[in-house]
Ligand binder design. Structure first.
Ligand SMILES: [Zn+2]
Length: 91
């Protein structure tokens, strides 16, 4: 039984996600929970605009490949070493 509680995280500046199933590097469905503090600025008519957002915490719960639908094959790879030619979107 594979571990279903894989701890996804948003890729760092030097990383990116890659689907090991099909090579997709660019298209993912991301399910995440974010806890934020926002600066809500109401105008006199009562319409609100969110002018600032601070992310207090963020948890990526699931990442699913848009191409092949796999959620168990997403891995973090070095951006420099990612083979963009194998992305289905490139071909
Ligand atoms: Zn895929």
């Amino acid at each position: 039984m594979p571990d279903q509680t894989a701890d996804f995280r948003v890729p760092a500046d030097t990383e990116r996600w890659r689907c090991a199933g099909c090579g997709n590097l660019t298209r993912f469905d991301v399910t995440r929970t974010r806890r934020t503090t926002e600066y809500w600025h109401f105008d006199l008519a009562g319409e609100v605009q969110v002018e600032e957002e601070t992310v207090r915490s963020e948890t990526v719960e699931a990442v699913t490949c848009r191409w092949c639908g796999r959620a168990d094959a997403i891995e973090g790879v070095d951006r420099a070493s990612a083979d963009t030619a194998s992305d289905p979107a490139a071909g």
